[in-house]
Design a binder for this molecule. Structure first.
Ligand code: 1GP
Length: 251
């Protein structure tokens, strides 16, 4: 499958800035106006991309929320789905994910089979992405919901071999995930091992609360840093700017 417009633009921006700052908006955690405000604030203070997603998103208003965001914000808005039922119109692209670190067929092929039909029907751009859950200390929602065991935090070779397999299967991005609100983010070794072994574009997120934590992960080879939970309480333009500055290593 050819690289689409949004993925090309992301790749060009990664080339230009070194790494990108993504803000994750969870429609389940905020009402319409809060979601719009959070997206606008992020866009005005250095974010490069908005991800929209959550574990459930049983939200029939999602297409309208995305349309409202799209009207206000000129950044790519990418669906980060928890399952096939969340594929709705309005996004620039979807992270079309496979939970490769798990052994649950539902998240290896079932959801993709159901969701793929919708993605094609909507003519939505898909970014083929391997999703890996890395142990972050306590059980996370994604571990519980997906019914999969995370990769042990002290076994970076294990996530690396999954990344290699994903690259050989044709995926182009890998998301190294500690889980939303994780106690500890993905250890840098996991990022460094995948960076060394593959040419995948590395996204990482989960439990990143300080610019320095992001900067260390960019230095290890991550190209997109995702922060979500932090912004549900903190509405600080200065902190957003500090994150952007820490991540944009090429200025
Ligand atoms: C969760 O990686 C994302 O899927 C972001 O995590 O909410 O902890 O920033 P946080």
């Amino acid at each position: 499958m050819k690289i689409g417009k949004t993925e090309s633009a992301l790749n060009a921006e990664i080339e230009r800035r070194g790494a990108l700052f993504a803000v994750l908006l969870d429609p389940d955690a905020s009402d319409d106006s809060a979601l719009l405000k959070a997206g606008t604030l992020a866009a005005e203070n250095g974010a490069d991309v908005l991800l929209v997603g959550g574990s459930f998103m049983g939200n029939f208003k999602l297409p309208a929320q995305v349309a409202a965001l799209k009207a206000e914000v000129k950044l790519p808005i990418i669906l980060f789905p928890g399952g096939a039922s969340q594929v709705v119109p309005g996004f620039d692209a979807i992270l079309f994910m496979t939970l490769v670190s798990g052994r649950n067929p539902n998240y290896l092929i079932d959801e993709q089979t159901r969701g793929g039909v919708l993605v094609r029907a909507l003519h939505m751009e898909a970014i083929p992405t391997a999703y890996q859950l890395i142990n972050s200390g306590k059980r996370t929602a994604v571990e519980f919901i997906s019914g999969t065991m995370p990769v042990p935090a002290d076994k970076p070779k294990l996530s690396m071999v999954h990344s290699v397999a994903a690259e050989l299967m044709g995926m182009r991005y890998v998301y190294l995930e500690a889980g939303s609100g994780a106690e500890t983010p993905v250890p840098v070794e996991h990022i460094a091992y995948t960076r060394k072994a593959t040419e995948l574009t590395i996204i990482t997120g989960g439990g990143i609360r300080e610019p320095e934590t992001a900067a260390i992960r960019v230095a290890a080879g991550a190209q997109i840093i995702v922060t979500g939970t932090l912004w549900e309480k903190v509405k600080d333009p200065a902190l957003l700017k500090e994150f952007a500055a820490a991540i944009h290593i090429k200025g």
